[in-house]
Write a protein that binds this ligand. Structure first.
Ligand SMILES: Cc1cc2nc3c(=O)[nH]c(=O)nc-3n(C[C@H](O)[C@H](O)[C@H](O)COP(=O)(O)OP(=O)(O)OC[C@H]3O[C@@H](n4cnc5c(N)ncnc54)[C@H](O)[C@@H]3O)c2cc1C
Length: 572
């Protein structure tokens, strides 16, 4: 160490000497030239040269300074980003030991692994309860990017997060059963579960008793009882729906290109109909048209004259929850993209090759029209799951609720004491969105954490009050009394939790051609924007919202992959 320290100044010194020497060499060269012509005053020339040289250096230093700092900042942010990503990956791959659950604690059963339930689990202190999660889906799905999976812009596994990985990182271990809850007995406090997977063991049905239950099972696809929808249409809710659509798009294209295919049949096969003008339907239509424009048209030129996308909506406009200017912008953009929008058109019947839809003609008369299709995607909203319907039928206070489990401001299912509901299966007067479900889940986690703290303090208070009764003298009685007062103050603070309040962050939708629309809640009100910059915002917002570092990296790589190589047009 000592020798190193001694060497360092020497090295510096030699550098400085070298620096002076170079400077001296540089400055002497022009001076030698000036000695020859006698007309010039040497001092003047030197001053002039110095001033010029100094000025030039000043300008250069300023520019170089900015560049140097920009470079350093970029370099440091890249290093910081890499280190953060690396750390995230390391933590994800190396879970630490978990505490075993305490059998004396209450059993909290959570149904579902969607937005509501996972947000609850993310924020819950699992040491406070014996937590059991039941869901037929052993992963969390980032639904906002699901429409991109239908065309291969993003691979489905990039937006899935295994629930096992996630639960393994909780402090106290959580039990997970891959099963469907088939019935909830609210009175007996039991959930009946069934293993619905292909492979079943000798036991595939069981019961789970609970002290507290959270229902976060989401919703089914609404068909409004229209005949033929379930049999013939594709839905867009789960990963297998997106995979089915992706296969079907390519099947339609390849069948249309079959030798000597009938012209009418080619037109039918290449007509892609989307029913539902909400964000899901609009995003899917935009993604599909992009797929055609950027890839299909190139690799299958024979289909380019007949490929069409039509969006059918019963209401007078698409994206009804967005502001008027954005609705107009979306409709204009769709027109440019050649996506046909059929508003005020109600589907009445669906057959394997066409839909029958009712629309109002310009004279105001209702007409029925047959619209042939190759692919039909149904994205019209939510309906109750049988499990939820059954639970509602057991609770008299739920008899007037139609759209889901009616909950109070603390998300307690009305008419029950120990059952809560979150997300699409709960009716709390908010739209059925991931944003609402996630905020409800986070609220419940805070509530449960506080309830556990309250119970802990109340137990301590009981112990202290017993001790106070047995205290040998006044001094120790006073001391215990002071502790009790402290605890009571803490208890009051902990119990102060307001009801659930939803804070709307805004709505986003991709509309194709690298354009998006956004209605963002801002301090001063609502900001509506649409276009390519909004599309960059859409991408960065969703990238940052992805569940894990792994998802973020995979989604980013998928975007890069489809940008560089294009989307894959193979059928599987
Ligand atoms: C394609 C698409 C795009 C979307 N885009 C957006 C968007 O951009 N922004 C936005 O805010 N919202 C969006 N949404 C809506 C959002 O996904 C839903 O509102 C959200 O998923 C609701 O969360 P949830 O927890 O109630 O239900 P889900 O996320 O649907 O999860 C339900 C869970 O319950 C499980 N389950 C089902 N039945 C049972 C049973 N019997 N027993 C146990 N478990 C069961 C399911 O397997 C699943 O794990 C989109 C939805 C779709 C389909």
């Amino acid at each position: 160490m000592a020798s190193k320290a001694a060497v360092r100044p020497l090295v510096l010194l030699s550098k400085q000497t070298r620096g002076f020497a170079t400077a001296a060499r540089r400055t002497t060269a022009p001076l030698q030239q000036t000695t020859r012509p006698a007309r010039f005053d040497r001092q003047q020339l030197r001053n002039g040269f110095r001033r010029g040289y100094a000025d030039q250096k000043k300008v250069k230093k300023g520019r170089w300074g900015v560049l140097k700092w920009t470079w350093r900042l970029t370099y440091l942010s890249v290093l910081g980003g890499l280190a953060y990503t690396g750390y995230g990956i390391y933590i994800n791959r190396n879970p630490v030991e978990q505490h075993a659950p305490d059998p004396n604690k209450k059993t909290l059963v959570i149904l579902g692994t969607g937005w509501g339930s996972v947000s609850l689990l993310k924020n819950l202190d699992t040491e406070n309860y014996n937590v059991i999660v039941i869901s037929p889906r052993n992963y969390f799905l980032f639904t906002p990017l699901l429409p991109s999976c239908t065309t291969g812009t993003i691979e489905h596994r990039s937006i899935m997060e295994p629930i096992r990985n996630f639960l393994r990182h909780k402090k106290a271990s959580v039990k997970y059963y891959e099963a469907e809850a088939t019935k909830i007995d609210a009175e007996k406090k039991v959930v009946y579960i069934t293993d619905d997977s292909e492979i079943k063991g000798s036991i595939s049905q069981n019961e789970i008793p609970f002290d507290m239950l959270v229902v976060g099972v989401g919703a089914e696809n609404a068909t409004f009882g229209i005949p033929g929808v379930r049999e013939n249409a594709c839905f867009l809710k789960e990963v297998n729906d997106a995979q089915k659509i992706r296969k079907r798009i390519m099947d339609c294209c390849e069948t249309a290109a079959f030798k000597d295919q009938d012209t009418e049949e080619v037109k039918r096969l290449l007509h892609m109909v989307v029913v539902g003008g909400g964000p899901t339907g609009v995003e899917f239509a935009g993604e599909l048209q992009d797929f055609f424009e950027n890839d299909l048209r190139k690799w299958m030129p024979e289909i380019q004259d007949n490929f069409r996308v039509t969006l059918v909506e019963a209401l007078p406009s698409v994206l009804p929850s967005f502001s008027k200017s954005l609705i107009d912008y979306t409709e204009k953009t769709f027109k440019e993209e050649t996506i046909e929008i059929r508003t005020k058109t109600m589907v009445k019947n669906v057959t394997p090759s066409y839909i029958e839809a009712e629309f109002t003609d310009p004279s105001g008369k209702k007409q029925l029209e047959k619209i042939p299709y190759g692919l039909l995607v149904w994205a019209t909203g939510n309906a109750l799951r049988p499990l939820v319907k059954d639970l509602m039928s057991q609770i008299p206070a739920q008899k007037d609720s139609r759209r889901g489990l009616a909950v109070n401001e603390y998300l307690v299912v009305k008419g029950s004491e120990n059952i809560w509901a979150v997300g699409d299966c709960a009716v709390a007067n908010y739209a059925p969105t991931a944003q609402v479900a996630a905020q409800e889940g986070a609220f419940l986690a805070r509530l449960f954490n506080q309830m556990a703290k309250t119970e802990e303090i109340e137990t301590e208070l009981h112990v202290l009050s017993d001790e106070q009764g047995k205290a040998p003298n006044q001094e120790s009685r006073d001391k215990i009394f002071a502790d009790i007062k402290d605890l009571q103050k803490r208890l009051r603070r902990v119990k102060q939790m307001g009801p659930f309040e939803y804070s709307h962050q805004g709505s986003l939708a991709y509309i194709g051609s690298e354009k998006a629309v956004a209605d963002i809640s801002w301090v001063t009100g609502n900001v509506a924007s649409g276009g390519q910059l909004t599309y960059l915002f859409w991408r960065s917002a969703y990238l940052s919202m992805c569940f894990s570092t792994r998802n973020r990296v995979l989604v980013f790589m998928d975007w890069m992959k489809s940008y560089i190589f294009g989307r894959d047009v193979s059928r599987e």
